[in-house]
Each structure stands twice: as structure tokens, then as C-alpha cells.
Design a protein around this ligand. Structure first.
Ligand code: BV8
Ligand code: ZN
Length: 262
């Protein structure tokens, strides 16, 4: 786990809280880093998920066609791990923010671990799917199976075709309705919080320049203020207004504590 090379001052945290306090609508984009303190390995960290497996082998339609058992072992292992972990203060702080902004708050996550929902977040746009759901390769039925242990090669109880995780793999398009909603909310937010993501996977990472540069194609809307919370700088750091470098489980609660009425 890279040690934070950049630090942040209390003044930076206050600036982030002030930007939020003035915001009419808020959007948040999270990645694996927000779940790291809960014990869910991130993708890029040295002992990260992909180490053992090439991305292509375990998170792509080609990989599933080639070796569905390997792919299900990978996802069943992640389902089992998620069953052992709890949301951390970072997840809970985002629940508090949602309570303040209500419908004018949008939480967009690349994570499939379901920890935002487990923490109590109501409106979570899971743009890359969820470990909790299966999708049938035959009748396309999507079912929430919770975290019950699934067979090595689970089949559909309705049409007995093979099931796959209801997850967006590389080279697959994101769920249209959820993605459209995410784009609309980011194109309309006053503040975008970018938490625990390396901002390298697209189109999700494209939401950051969208928030920042939307005035290019809608001059009535000045760009949103972007706040990044990460252990270290990322591919998006040049776009952000406030960079808070440290653990999201420590920084997010500090921001909430500074909001009026806290
Ligand atoms: C698609 C589900 C159309 C699976 C995932 C444009 C440019 C370049 C490439 C592309 C492009 N457009 C499309 C591509 C190809 C590809 C892509 O982006 N490739 C990348 C690798 C360059 N995108 C796609 O394939 C997408 N689909 O484009 O469809 C299409 C259709 C047909 C044909 C062609 C095109 C689909 C992308 C979705 C894939 N599925 N997840 C699963 O989970 O198993 S992506 C997966 O990886 C995650 O969901 C997430 O999105 C990404 C990992 O990123 P992070 O979550 O950010 O995690 P990471 O480990 O990288 O970073 C963690 C960060 O947290 C670090 O910065 C670290 O410092 C920080 N951190 C750690 N601890 C803490 C912390 N921060 C704070 N506190 C801490 N405690
Ligand atoms: Zn079926």
C-alpha cells in the first residue's frame, strides 16, 4: 500500500467543507480505495486483486468463455470476502452527506462490493454492477442472491443456462440507464467528490473532466468544484480544486464534522 506522498492541511479540509456547504447539489465518485480500510483489496495495490490473475482472464467476456470456472472462483472468493467485512467510517460519512442533500446527492461507485448500501446509502449508482447479483446467459434474468455461497458453476433455476455475475467486465458497456443518470447528475452538480479511485478506467474516469469542463458545451454552467480524496495523486489530480491526500476513512468524517449543523 503506497504511503501518502502528499499531505493535506486542515485548511484544505476546511476549503472542501466550505465548497460543500455552499453546494446545492453534490455528486460523489468512489473506487476501490474507499473500501480498502474495510479489508477489500484494491485493484492496483501490489497485493491487489489482479496480481494473481490477468484482468483479461477474470473480468472479461473472453475470459468467461475460455474458463468460466476460473472466473466464478474469482467472484465467489470476492463474495466470500465481502461477507466478512464491514463498511468503514468513509462509507458512513457518505451516508451522512446523503441525509443532508437528499435527492440533490448522487453516489456513483465503481465498486461491486455493495458496502455503500450496507452502510445505509439509499441511492447508489453501481456503474460496474454488483457481486450480490447474478445474470443468466440464457434468459438474461437478473437476481439478487445476497452473499449465499454459489456453486462453482451456477446455473439458472428458470432455464438452466449458465449464470454469470451481474458485473460489467472490460470491453462491455455499462448499464445504459444507470450510466445516463450518472452523467446527468455529474453534469449538474456543484461539487464532485472523487474518493479512492486511480481514475484510469473509462468511461467512469471520464466523469471527472465532465464535471470540470462542462462549461465547454454548456456555457450557462460553470465547471463544478472537484475535491479528490486519495492516498496519493492520481491521473485526475491535475483537474481537482482541492486534493486531500490520506485515508478516506479518516478524511471524510473530518469534512462532515466541519459542515454547519454537525
Ligand atoms: C467499455 C467490474 C465500451 C469488474 C470493472 C478510454 C481510454 C482507455 C481505455 C479505454 C477507454 N475506453 C474504454 C477503455 C477500455 C477499458 C478501460 O478503461 N481500460 C483501462 C484499464 C485503461 N474500459 C472498458 O472496457 C469499459 N467498457 O469501454 O465499453 C466498449 C464496449 C465494447 C468494445 C469496446 C468498448 C468497462 C470498464 C469496467 C470494467 N469493470 N469492474 C470487477 O470488479 O471485477 S473496472 C474495475 O477497475 C473497478 O470497477 C474500477 O473501475 C477499476 C479499478 O479502479 P479503482 O476502483 O480506482 O481501483 P484502483 O485499485 O485502481 O485504485 C485504488 C485507488 O484508491 C488508488 O488511487 C489508491 O491510491 C487509492 N486508495 C487506496 N487505499 C485508500 C485509497 N484512497 C483513499 N483511502 C484509502 N484508504
Ligand atoms: Zn435463465
Amino acid at each position: 500500500m503506497p504511503l501518502p506522498t502528499e499531505a493535506h492541511s486542515d485548511a484544505d479540509i476546511r476549503r472542501a467543507a466550505e465548497l460543500l456547504a455552499r453546494a446545492n447539489s453534490v455528486a460523489v465518485l468512489t473506487g476501490a480505495g474507499v473500501s480498502a480500510e474495510s479489508g477489500v483489496p484494491t485493484f492496483r495495490a501490489s497485493d491487489g486483486l489482479w496480481e494473481g490473475h490477468r484482468i483479461e482472464d477474470v473480468a472479461s467476456p473472453m475470459g468467461f468463455r475460455r474458463d468460466p470456472k476460473l472466473v466464478w472462483n474469482f467472484y465467489n472468493a470476492r463474495r466470500a470476502n465481502v461477507g466478512k467485512v464491514r463498511p468503514n467510517p468513509g462509507h458512513h460519512a457518505l451516508v451522512e452527506l446523503e441525509k443532508r442533500w437528499g435527492k440533490r446527492f448522487t453516489l456513483i461507485t465503481q465498486n461491486v462490493d455493495g458496502l455503500h448500501r450496507t452502510a445505509g446509502s439509499q441511492r447508489v449508482l453501481e456503474v460496474h454492477g454488483s457481486l450480490y447479483r447474478t445474470r443468466c446467459t440464457g434468459c438474461a434474468k437478473i437476481e439478487d442472491r445476497g452473499l449465499e455461497p454459489l456453486r462453482e458453476l451456477p446455473h439458472c433455476p428458470h432455464c438452466s443456462a449458465m449464470l454469470r455475475p451481474d458485473i460489467v467486465w472490460f470491453h462491455e458497456t455499462l448499464p445504459e440507464d444507470i450510466w445516463q443518470e450518472a452523467v446527468e447528475e455529474v453534469a449538474d452538480c456543484d461539487v464532485l467528490l472523487v474518493v479512492g479511485t486511480s481514475a484510469v478506467v473509462y468511461p467512469a474516469a471520464g466523469l471527472i473532466p465532465l464535471a470540470k469542463h462542462r462549461s465547454r458545451w454548456d456555457d450557462t454552467r460553470p465547471g463544478a468544484s472537484v475535491v479528490e480524496i486519495n492516498l496519493a495523486r492520481t491521473d485526475a489530480s491535475d483537474l481537482v480544486d482541492v486534493g486531500l491526500y490520506g485515508k478516506s476513512g479518516e478524511i471524510l468524517p473530518k469534512i462532515v464534522a466541519l459542515l454547519p449543523g454537525s
